[in-house]
Design a protein around this ligand. Structure first.
Ligand code: ADP
Ligand code: TYD
Length: 206
């Protein structure tokens, strides 16, 4: 089973992905926790190219190609082999992030994103948690742990608001696999909801 976490910067995706991995591991599942951009040695190298340096280093189109190249490598070398071995793959961000950030943030590139996804990736998660949060709260949390990576949070609150609305629309577009979770609660309360939903989905698959 392939589970992803999505949401704006600072929504708590990484925290929740880790807590879910711990919970499912404790229940006897073999779990592969991974992230994007990254998750394989080649994709981690590409991560540095897209998240470090001058924010205007790449055009929107070349950035899309880099994220897609990273995803293809991650899929070939990490995700697909783990799924084939029967592991539960938990990924912090996946193609929905590209639909949002490359598809929406600098003009409307969504059709190009979709075409490239269909040609080069062609896989959706089985279950996606959208950790939904007030953009101001998310931005405050994200800036609080600021490191050396140039992130989209640097574009400020209006961008975060646009991304939040976009993610909620995406959850409607792909309703069968999306679950929207209120992220503005204690991490343990959010994790209890997430774990219950994932557990039920795993049981339903047998
Ligand atoms: P993301 O991966 O979505 O950017 P993180 O999980 O890295 O989010 O969380 C961003 C920051 O907010 C971290 O410092 C984390 O410890 C903190 N955090 C995560 N979840 C919560 C929560 N439910 N309430 C308060 N702070 C949180
Ligand atoms: P991430 O490390 O998940 O950041 P955060 O913990 O702040 O949410 O992701 C880094 C940045 O990469 C984030 O700003 C979103 C961006 N991103 C894209 O623009 N496109 C993509 O396809 C992915 C996976 C991430």
């Amino acid at each position: 089973m392939f589970i992803t976490f999505e949401g704006i910067d600072g929504s708590g995706k990484s925290t929740q992905a880790r807590l879910l991995a711990e919970a499912l591991h404790a229940e006897g599942h073999v779990v592969r926790a991974t992230r994007e951009p990254g998750g394989s040695p080649g994709a981690e190298e590409i991560r540095r190219l897209v998240l470090e340096g001058d924010p205007d280093r790449w055009s929107a189109e070349s950035e899309l190609l880099l994220f897609t190249a990273a995803r293809r490598d991650h899929l070939e070398r990490t995700i697909n082999p783990a799924l084939a071995a029967g592991e539960v793959v938990i990924c912090d961000r996946f193609a929905d992030s590209t639909r949002m950030y490359q598809g929406l943030s600098r003009g409307d590139l969504r059709a190009t994103v979709d075409a490239l996804h269909q040609m080069m990736i062609g896989r959706e998660p089985d279950l996606t948690f959208l950790i939904d949060i007030d953009p101001a709260v998310g931005l405050g949390r994200a800036l609080g742990r600021k490191g050396h990576e140039e992130r989209f949070e640097d574009f400020g609150l209006p961008m975060q608001e646009k991304m939040r609305a976009g993610f909620l629309a995406l959850a409607k577009e792909f309703a069968p696999r999306f679950r929207v979770i209120d992220g503005d609660r204690a991490p343990e309360a959010v994790a209890a909801d997430v774990t219950a939903i994932a557990r039920a989905a795993l049981e339903a698959r047998g």
